[in-house]
Design a protein around this ligand. Structure first.
Ligand code: ATP
Ligand code: MG
Length: 459
């Protein structure tokens, strides 16, 4: 998996720039529209004034025709700006061209409006037209005429461009200013995070005290999570220390016995003494072996707990229990115990078969160790609604009710002479829990002995 490292600061800046750019473009478009409108309003007024000045000079001659004496001032007030060119034409009643540029486009009459404006193209250049409709009076009747004045649009385009450029510059400056502010603000806002990082970095590796630094409320949740994680880590570490302490203590005892017995064997005067010491050492080795096996099993459970998320196999519990029981029959025979299996049918569960076998071996092993010579031990598999139960029952002395809670703790034993670690029942419980099951201790049949019931969810 590739992890992408990203910077909060850059991200915030990116968002700011993108959003202000979008807003800026919209604002500029609006400014442009406004600028065009304003430039038109101003220039149109001059165009209309110019048309009016020409219209004032239209007179009806004695022969009834219209005559006009173009006042050049009227046109000059237009040409004052830029390199714009000015065109005009004056028309009499429909069809009568009087003077000016005959090819200059005009506009159709709009009812109720004496002056109208439009954009057009003349000689390949964009122009703005103002058309003024008037009538000249002869005293008897009035003769309508039309004055059309046009100018190229260079000046107004320059005006709008200047307005646009200025607002774009202002906007750019504002965006740059905002980006700077965000940069500084983010740097300041992130300070508590840097301080937090430094504070954690300065800690010694085994310092798991909660983080006490003051942080912004947005980060408090993260800090709380880390703090509760540290608390759990601390208790896990404590448990591990406790466990390794106990485990090494457990192993030290048989190792010390082995050394002592070996020393005795070396110094033994007779072969019989040496043999006796050797067999005691051998017993201690077997004991150490058993302790190691239990410790390894605990480690295996931890590993399986990590893998559990990936799912476990479907196994048929009756067949597995029958074969584990069969394996233990010779050992049972040695201690004169009648070991049997009961259970018909198939009972499927989801679990790791090796661990379930270890679970059962621990329970049968306990029964063989503690039930006493001549006892009966039964392994039973049965099915409830959505549970499968695995039971190991014996008719030995059992465990006194007040001790039952204690023996479930690691390294706690029932106070008997048989060699052991006190990990068996905790292991059984942990394996059951690993697959969603439970374990409980009950009296055996008729209130005698011990029945250990382990249930698994049916799978
Ligand atoms: N079937 C039983 N009958 C009587 N007492 C039992 C029985 N099973 C367990 N106990 C008691 O419970 C104690 C705890 O058992 P557990 O299996 O946890 O540890 P252990 O047998 O002492 O050591 P380990 O199994 O790790 O070698 C035993 O020491 C024993 O006193
Ligand atoms: Mg045991």
């Amino acid at each position: 998996m590739r992890t992408v490292v990203y910077s909060l600061r850059r991200r915030l800046l990116g968002w700011l720039l993108i959003s202000t750019a979008v807003i800026g473009v919209v604002a500029l478009m609006d400014t442009y529209r406004e600028a065009v409108k304003t430039a038109n309003v101003v220039s149109d007024r001059v165009l209309a004034g110019s048309a009016l000045a020409i219209a004032e000079r239209v007179v009806v001659a004695e022969d009834g025709t219209l005559q006009v004496d173009i006042p050049y001032v009227a046109l000059e007030m237009l040409t004052s700006a830029a390199q714009d060119r000015v065109f005009y034409r004056v028309d009499g009643p429909p069809g009568q061209f009087i003077t000016g540029y005959q090819t200059l486009p005009s506009l159709p009459e709009v009812a109720g409006q004496s002056t109208s404006f439009a954009d057009a193209v003349f000689r390949g250049e964009p122009i703005r037209l103002a058309v003024l409709r008037r009538s000249a009076s002869t005293g008897v009747n009035s003769v309508p005429f039309v004055v059309t004045v046009a100018e190229t649009t260079i000046a107004r385009r320059q005006l709008t461009q200047t307005i646009l450029l200025h607002s774009a510059l202002r906007l750019g400056l504002m965006i740059a200013g905002a980006a700077l502010i965000v940069w500084v603000a983010v740097t300041f806002s992130l300070r508590p995070l840097y301080r937090l990082g430094d504070a954690i970095a300065e800690r010694s590796p085994d310092d798991l005290h909660p983080i006490g630094e003051r942080v912004p409320s947005e980060v408090q949740g993260l800090v709380d999570t880390v703090n509760s994680f540290m608390v759990r880590l601390q208790s896990a570490l404590d448990a591990l220390r406790h466990f390794t302490g106990n485990a090494s203590h457990q192993l030290r005892t048989p190792l010390a016995i082995i050394r002592t017995q070996l020393a005795l064997a070396r110094r033994a005067a007779t072969v019989d003494d040496a043999r006796a010491a050797a067999s005691k050492a051998d017993e201690a080795v077997a004991n150490a072996e058993r302790i190691l096996a239990q410790l390894l099993l605990m480690a295996k459970i931890d590993a399986a707990a990590q893998e559990e998320a990936r799912g476990s196999e479907r196994i048929e519990l009756a067949r597995l229990a029958r074969s584990v029981t069969a394996e233990q029959v010779p050992a049972a025979g040695e201690v004169d115990i009648d070991l049997g299996f009961a259970g018909e049918g198939e009972y499927w569960i989801r679990a790791e078969p090796l661990l379930v076998a270890e679970l059962l071996k621990n329970l049968v092993g306990n029964a063989l160790l503690y039930a006493g010579r001549g006892a009966e031990v039964t392994v039973r598999v049965s099915g409830l609604e959505d549970e499968v139960a695995l039971e190991v029952e014996d008719n030995g002395p059992g465990i006194r009710p007040e001790l039952r809670e204690a023996v479930l703790k690691r390294f706690r034993r029932g106070g008997n002479e048989a060699p052991g670690t006190g990990l068996g029942l905790p292991i059984v419980e942990e394996i059951a829990a690993l697959y969603g099951g439970t374990m409980r201790l009950e009296d055996g049949e008729a209130g005698r002995g011990l029945r250990v019931v382990v249930t698994f969810p049916a799978g």
